[in-house]
Design a protein around this ligand. Structure first.
Ligand code: PLP
Length: 438
């Protein structure tokens, strides 16, 4: 299709006149107008191309406009576009079957939601109803969504203006680079973080705690890959105190870490899994909860008091089936793992060695963060102005970045190629050099 720069101007003007944006003061916004995209590349209305190293909101796992997913949505649209939740639908059943086949044998069914926040909302509800307990523990360095319970389960600043849901308690998870526990090694960080969590459980009263809700690999908070043994240790504490374990795989699931589910790289099985984003790369909005057999049976005779008009929407369900099949057939999960091990891991380490602004590189698969510091000794985070300059330099050179706090997250689609990674690494290198020269 041809691109008309006038449409770009119109899109920008309409946005600024009429669209209210998330998490922002509105007046100073200057949104980037995207005209189209394919794979890991997108372009603006002047025809300038950008490598999408944001995957939008870290959700475009299969890449933009995958032909098999687009075709499945079109085919489903020709059959039926909406089926109310009480009825059965083939695409919905197949989507649940595909997800359960990857989740593992202890899981029994899938409850579909509209996205990630309401997946957490419903997982929390299931945990409370199953245990008869109220409290939910989650980490300060987390994001779980923007609905009543999900935003209060969230640990970061977005919780504070929204604290009206009940029974949420926060604790510190492991993060060696900025350790809360005076730790020097991953082993110390792991042992002390688990000790801290056990003390929080005891101090809150273990019999009042329904669930621990954790991102298997916390994403927005900075790609905080847990140290070996931490998730297994949390599982042990849950079992010791009769607490359910919910893994939020909304951002880290479906290939991001090089696994179908991130927890599968850590040899731990939760009771509930929440998902969204990468399950169908957001071609049509959907999320959900994968429910263990045991918890699913709780609701064999007890009514589950929750539902959504668009639960298991056929267009979204069809896109899940096509996306998961394409990921399997085309080795997309394996590609994400290989890119992390052979290209992004070593390439970003080299970048950090060349640029003192980069205090730490951490991640796996296509899920990485550069923790930027003004002083490597004190690890003081860089200012928002430095991040702003870097974003500008990256965009100028044709790379759409993902920035959060003092970090640049390196989060391309799982289909990214070694050649595209090499181009991106060269752009990051030039952009850091330009900012350091100021
Ligand atoms: N959980 C995690 C780990 C997330 O990263 C997000 C979104 O970024 C959510 C939940 C919320 O998902 P949604 O925006 O689809 O409601």
């Amino acid at each position: 299709t041809t691109i008309d720069p006038a449409d770009g101007t119109l899109a920008y003007d309409l946005d600024r006149a009429h669209v209210f944006h998330s998490w922002s003061a509105q007046a100073a916004l200057k949104p980037f107008v995207i005209a189209g995209a394919l794979g890991s590349t997108l372009w603006d209305y002047d025809g300038k191309e950008y490598l999408d190293f944001s995957s939008q909101l870290v959700n475009m796992n299969i890449g933009h406009q995958h032909p098999k997913v687009i075709q499945a949505i079109k085919d489903q649209a020709d059959i039926i576009t909406m089926v109310a939740p009480p009825h059965a639908n083939l695409a919905r059943g197949e989507a649940a079957q595909r997800i359960l086949a990857r989740a593992g044998s202890s899981f029994g069914s899938v409850f579909f939601t509209n996205g990630g926040a309401d997946a957490n909302e419903n997982a929390i509800r299931m945990a409370r109803l199953t245990t008869g307990r109220d409290k939910v523990l989650s980490t300060y360095r987390s994001y779980h969504g923007n609905t009543g319970a999900a935003v209060v389960a969230t640990g970061d600043w977005r919780r504070v203006p929204n604290e009206y849901a009940r029974g949420h308690v926060h604790f510190f998870g492991p993060f060696l680079y900025r350790s809360e526990f005076w730790a020097q090694t991953p082993e110390e960080e792991c042992a002390r973080a688990l000790h801290h969590l056990e003390r929080v459980i005891q101090a809150e009263g273990s019999s009042s705690i329904a669930a621990i809700l954790l991102e298997s690999v916390p994403g927005t908070a900075g790609v905080l890959v847990p140290p070996p043994g931490y998730l297994a240790g949390v599982r042990e504490l849950c079992d010791k105190y009769g607490i359910l374990l919910i893994f939020d795989e909304v951002m880290c699931g479906f290939g991001r870490t090089g696994e179908w589910f991130a927890f599968q790289g850590f040899d731990v099985v939760p009771d509930l899994i929440t998902f969204a984003k990468g399950v169908n790369s957001g071609y049509v909005p959907i999320g959900g909860v994968v429910i263990s057999e045991t918890i699913a049976h709780e609701f064999d005779t007890q009514v589950f008091p929750g539902g959504l008009t668009y639960s298991g929407h056929p267009l979204a369900a069809a896109s899940i089936v096509a996306s998961m099949d394409a990921m399997a057939d085309e080795g997309i999960i394996d590609n994400a793992r290989m890119i992390g091990t052979d290209h992004l891991g070593p390439g970003l380490a080299e970048l950090a060695a060349a640029h003192p602004l980069i205090g730490e590189v951490r991640g796996m698969g296509v899920f990485w963060a550069l923790d930027l510091v003004s002083d490597p000794a004190t690890r003081a985070p860089v200012s928002a102005a430095v991040i702003g300059e870097l974003k500008g330099e990256l965009m100028k050179r044709g790379l759409l970045p993902f920035a959060a706090d003092n970090r640049i997250h390196v989060v391309p689609p799982c289909v990214i190629t070694p050649d595209e990674v090499a181009r991106a690494l060269a752009i990051y290198d030039e952009a850091f050099t330009a900012v350091e020269a100021v």
